[in-house]
Design a protein around this ligand. Structure first.
Ligand SMILES: NC(=O)c1ccc[n+]([C@@H]2O[C@H](COP(=O)([O-])OP(=O)(O)OC[C@H]3O[C@@H](n4cnc5c(N)ncnc54)[C@H](O)[C@@H]3O)[C@@H](O)[C@H]2O)c1
Length: 334
């Protein structure tokens, strides 16, 4: 039984505590921490765990074998470095850290520790649909991937959501899953701003078309449209040399009524990717037995951060921006 300590008991933290307690085999939550004691206590009631208000004290608890970091992004770096120093296995919700410099610090710390400890919470890699696309690509039956056409549409967002958040909070999932799909890294980014929807506001350009080019020359377009009004609509089509692969949509029945045929589109990510979240955590727990990380690594977290920075710059300049890592991918992550 893997004994887990959870840092951060907000919406996502409680979600993971419920998941580990009710669904995941081979793990239990033995400690929780939150800067607000009341939040930690409320979360502890779900699983009967010890309560901490200091994340470092939770990491140092000898009963805690593995740590889930579900605090806000800005707080991740301190807990990551502390957990690596303690040699504890980590599941860190995305983003790894909020700056590329901090991500690099974490990458270097893990490499120096010489042990793969960190998995980043990019759950789309565990979605059945993306996995089927990946299997088809890896089969070789379709030749090389040439282009990807993707959409990330949300019905609506709050009024505090602004233009850079379209990268950091929304496209960040495509940034991770798409380079994994085509087994490549990014070279450049550009953002095209179409006419703005009437449902947007002065601080948000919506929709946006984000263009990414990989080192092998694969061209990716992602339509990010966060006030599309009609649903949480995630699409991905890979055009290859010998065919095209379109990601399947979640299965809902076709309904015939009033002289029309219709089907359901999900309205949020927690429903659309609910199975992916479960599969992701089960895989992280299962991999603990052999001490490996098969999911997104700290290096993937760093790449996502560098790519996000280039996209945000491209939002401002309208130019094609280079995506450059400060160091070559260490052999440790190959
Ligand atoms: N993978 C996904 O699809 C997905 C979805 C939602 C959120 N997330 C990620 O999960 C993380 C948490 O998001 P959330 O929506 O639960 O946020 P939230 O604001 O609801 O919860 C964060 C909690 O962390 C606590 N906290 C703040 N600083 C802390 C610290 N230093 N140590 C311990 N606790 C601290 C806060 O008091 C709060 O209870 C973020 O990194 C977010 O990006 C991922």
């Amino acid at each position: 039984m893997l004994k887990i300590g959870v840092i951060g008991c907000g919406g996502m933290g409680k979600d993971h505590i419920r998941r580990v307690t009710n669904k995941i085999q081979g793990a239990e939550v033995v400690a929780v921490s939150d800067v607000f004691e009341e939040s930690a206590k409320a979360a502890a009631e779900i699983c009967g765990a010890k309560v901490y208000t200091d994340a470092n004290a939770l990491i140092d608890d000898p009963e805690v074998e593995a740590v889930m970091i579900v605090s806000p992004g800005f707080a991740h770096v301190d807990s990551l470095l502390k957990a690596v120093e303690a040699g504890k296995r980590v599941f860190c919700e995305k983003p790894l850290c909020t700056t590329a410099a901090d991500c690099l610090k974490v990458v270097k710390a893990e490499e120096e520790a010489g042990k793969h400890l960190i998995q980043v919470g990019f759950m789309r890699r565990y979605d059945k649909g993306y996995q089927q696309v990946k299997e088809a690509l890896d089969s070789g039956n379709f030749g090389e991937a040439l282009m990807l056409h993707c959409t990330h549409r949300n019905p609506e967002v709050g009024t505090n959501y602004n233009t850079p958040m379209a990268v950091h909070d929304t496209a960040i999932h495509e940034i991770d899953v798409l380079h994994w799909l085509v087994d490549d890294e990014y070279e450049s980014a550009q953002v095209i701003m179409p006419r703005v929807t009437k449902y947007s506001h002065s601080e948000l350009k919506d929709p946006q078309i984000m263009l990414l080019r990989t080192k092998k020359g694969v061209c990716i377009d992602v339509e990010v449209f966060v006030n599309c009004k009609f649903g949480y609509d995630i699409n991905c089509e890979v055009v290859c040399e010998d065919g095209a692969i379109k990601m399947p949509q979640p299965m809902y029945p076709d309904v015939r009524k009033s002289a029309a045929v219709s089907t359901t589109i999900d309205t949020d990510c927690f429903v659309r990717f609910k199975d992916a979240y479960d599969t992701e955590i089960q895989a992280w727990v299962d991999d603990a037995a052999s001490g490996v990380i098969n999911g997104p690594t700290a290096w993937d977290g760093y790449l996502a951060s560098v790519t996000a920075d280039a996209l945000v710059k491209a939002q401002e300049t309208g130019a094609i921006e280079k995506i450059e890592t400060a160091i070559e991918k260490p052999a440790f992550y190959c």
